[in-house]
Design a protein around this ligand. Structure first.
Ligand SMILES: NC(=O)CC[C@H](N)C(=O)O
Length: 305
């Protein structure tokens, strides 16, 4: 396994020069684009790591998975999807064009419009501290904190998300306080994780929401089922279709360079690689996952060997 991970990194590293760190949140541009790490945590409680797996970075859009699951647990399926769809958008994660022109509902909870709507379902009942505790428990990482610098940097440069939030309010989709919903969304994006924490989250999701060692239920099992399905269809933004064909593992990316991948009933995989492709997905990380999927036969529709 260790050798396979090292090979995967070698392949992933070749693509790094073609990618760039996100810069629309200035603090993210400071990341070292050559970082690349992969961690696998298995149901048998083994951990395999290669590369930069202890490096902390912000979770960004991967937090949308946590927020969605907590909202489903807190408000129920009907409420969450009353004003939001569950269809891939085919547009960039921060697009608001179709939301304004052709749709009265955000396409899905994995794009910004959907995630801000989802955060609104939690305000004011569920606090950021509650959400931080969920994140720590679900990622099996008690050291997760909010990265204050990234949070401030994004809040100072979030005109587009603020526009989305007010558009949502104007359409009667966002009923909670707009600024508080935007702030909760942005705080969640600023949680600092490692590739290992994402592998932990993937492991918990692959285990239906139970702690892999103690069996304790950490989150509602139906919420986990819904989240994994939406990760498969929408988790890599407008690159989700090709990713599903090539990799075949429900995954969620973030512009901080993270990818969370869930191999059903087997393992969680966490990736860190801040050089992004044009869709905003880790370029090295996507290739690492494609290689691992083939080498370890992880594609969800792969024939048994
Ligand atoms: N794709 C992402 O990771 C986007 C998250 C980022 N916080 C934003 O709202 O733009």
């Amino acid at each position: 396994m260790q050798k396979i991970l090292e090979n995967a990194l070698e392949i992933g590293r070749k693509y790094i020069p073609e990618g760039e760190c996100a810069s629309y949140i200035p603090e993210l541009a400071k990341a070292d684009k050559n970082h690349l790490g992969v961690c696998i945590r298995t149901r048998g409680m083994e951990t395999f790591s290669a590369g930069d797996t202890k490096e902390r970075f912000t979770i960004q859009s991967i937090s949308k998975v946590i927020t969605l699951m907590v909202a489903l647990q807190h408000c129920g399926f009907d409420k969450v999807f009353e004003k939001m769809n569950m269809e891939p958008s085919g547009d960039a994660f921060n697009s608001l064009v179709k939301l304004d022109l052709t749709s009265d509902k955000p396409f899905n909870p994995m794009i910004n419009a959907g995630a801000i709507t989802t955060a609104g379902y939690l305000v004011p009942d569920v606090s950021f501290e509650d959400m931080l505790n969920y994140a720590r428990r679900l990622c099996l990482d008690k050291d997760i904190v909010m990265d204050e610098k990234v949070f401030r940097s994004e809040m100072d440069h979030c005109a587009r998300n603020r526009a989305i939030a007010y558009l949502l309010q104007s359409k009667g989709i966002l009923e909670s306080d707009v600024e508080k919903s935007l702030e909760l969304y942005t705080r969640m994006c600023s949680l600092s994780v490692t590739a290992e924490s994402l592998a932990g989250l993937g492991l918990v999701l692959s285990n239906g929401g139970r702690h892999p060692e103690t069996g304790e239920r950490l989150i509602d099992k139906y919420a986990v089922q819904v989240a994994k399905t939406i990760m498969l269809t929408c988790g890599m933004y407008d690159g989700s279709g090709e990713f599903a064909v090539r990799v075949g593992i429900p995954s969620k990316s973030g512009v901080g360079g993270g990818i969370l991948a869930v191999v059903e009933k087997r393992m969680g995989i966490g990736i860190y690689g801040p050089a992004l492709n044009e869709k905003g997905n880790s370029i090295g990380g996507s290739h690492v996952l494609e290689y691992l999927s083939k080498e370890l036969n992880l594609h969800m529709f792969a024939a048994e060997q």
